[in-house]
Write a protein that binds this ligand. Structure first.
Ligand SMILES: Cc1cc2nc3c(=O)[nH]c(=O)nc-3n(C[C@H](O)[C@H](O)[C@H](O)COP(=O)(O)O)c2cc1C
Length: 303
């Protein structure tokens, strides 16, 4: 039997496929799913305080993708601890909380508040949201700011700290190295790409926020390239994200140097997408005579 387990720092996952932040909410639908294939889940992004998010319309379908501008709507950290974490504590896969702040200090406070809460297995630090005015992508665009946010979270927890990178940079390797140097356990590459869609009837942007984050198959080759560059720049594991809908899509990221992957938009179309990706990866390894995912040959830029 092919071994598809992966070890990311101190976190051992039973499989390489996680549910991506914002596309699985806080996991309330997880009990309805076939979950054997879920390696882990990343929660919807959370701030210290409740947030209303952006005005509707917030979602637009585009060729082979979607634009979203949710603006990190959420109930705030106290509600997350009260209403969702207790259920996560009983699940057989880890749940990482997607952390967001308007300042470096807020990220640190959020990590401190969640550290030790049963059900919280680790953090994915979001320095890459394109839909918030304060914070978000600003931190992910600047290696100094990215490093400061990482350090602020690292200081306040012993749990795994993953940092989610934005694709909206000239050289993702610079940000990746800055974050690694401050003690991140893994990188997630990538968040959505900034895009815009215009309604020719009204001659106005279709999203109330004007711009949104592009996800889905349209972004996959861009994301594979960025994940490959990030993996080539650091020694810590990279989790690949962007447009994965099939096992072949996920395998491209894994061969590009990723240790695991996240699936987001595809689950809106097919509730069985994560299971299909997981099973397809195992079948590919079996077919190719590769005994475990760790033994899969990779093609890093430095090779
Ligand atoms: C509706 C929606 C909400 C999202 N919310 C978050 C979020 O709260 N935090 C975050 O880091 N990424 C968020 N993302 C980005 C996804 O986690 C993922 O990085 C991106 O969609 C690319 O992967 P995909 O093409 O498989 O969806 C969101 C994406 C979508 C479509």
């Amino acid at each position: 039997m092919t071994d598809v387990g992966v070890v990311l720092g101190s976190l051992a996952l039973r499989g390489p496929v996680l549910a991506a932040s914002g596309t699985f909410g806080y996991g309330t639908e997880v009990p309805l799913l076939e979950r054997r294939a879920l390696g882990g889940m990343v929660s919807k992004g959370i701030f210290l305080r409740p947030r209303a998010g952006t005005a509707p319309p917030r979602i637009v379908e585009t060729p082979s993708g979607m634009l979203n501008a949710i603006g990190l709507q959420g109930p705030g950290v106290e509600a997350l601890i009260r209403d969702y974490a207790p259920a996560w504590a009983g699940w057989e896969f880890p749940v990482l909380v997607n952390l967001n702040g308007e300042s470096v200090e807020e990220y640190g406070e959020l990590a401190a508040r969640l550290d030790g809460v049963p059900g919280v297995a680790g953090f994915e630090v979001n320095i890459s949201c394109p839909n918030v005015d304060q914070g978000g992508m600003y931190f992910g665009n600047d290696p100094v700011a990215a490093a400061r946010v990482t350090a602020a979270v690292r200081r306040r927890t012993r749990l795994p700290v993953w940092v989610k990178l934005t694709p909206m940079v000239t050289d993702i390797g610079v940000i990746a190295r800055a974050v690694e140097a401050e003690g991140a356990d893994a990188l997630c590459a990538v968040n959505t790409f900034v895009g815009m869609s215009i309604d020719l009837r009204t001659r106005r942007p279709r999203l109330a926020n004007r711009t949104g984050g592009l996800s889905g198959p349209a972004v996959r080759p861009l994301a594979v390239h960025l994940a490959n560059q990030a993996a080539g720049a650091v020694r810590i594991p990279v989790v690949g994200i962007g447009g994965i809908a099939t096992a072949e899509d996920a395998l491209e990221f894994l061969v590009a140097g990723c240790a695991a992957v996240q699936v987001g938009t595809a689950t809106f179309i097919d509730g069985g997408a994560i299971a299909a990706v997981h099973d397809g990866i195992a079948a590919y390894l079996e077919r190719e005579g590769i005994a475990s995912l760790e033994k899969l040959p990779r093609c890093l830029p430095r090779d």
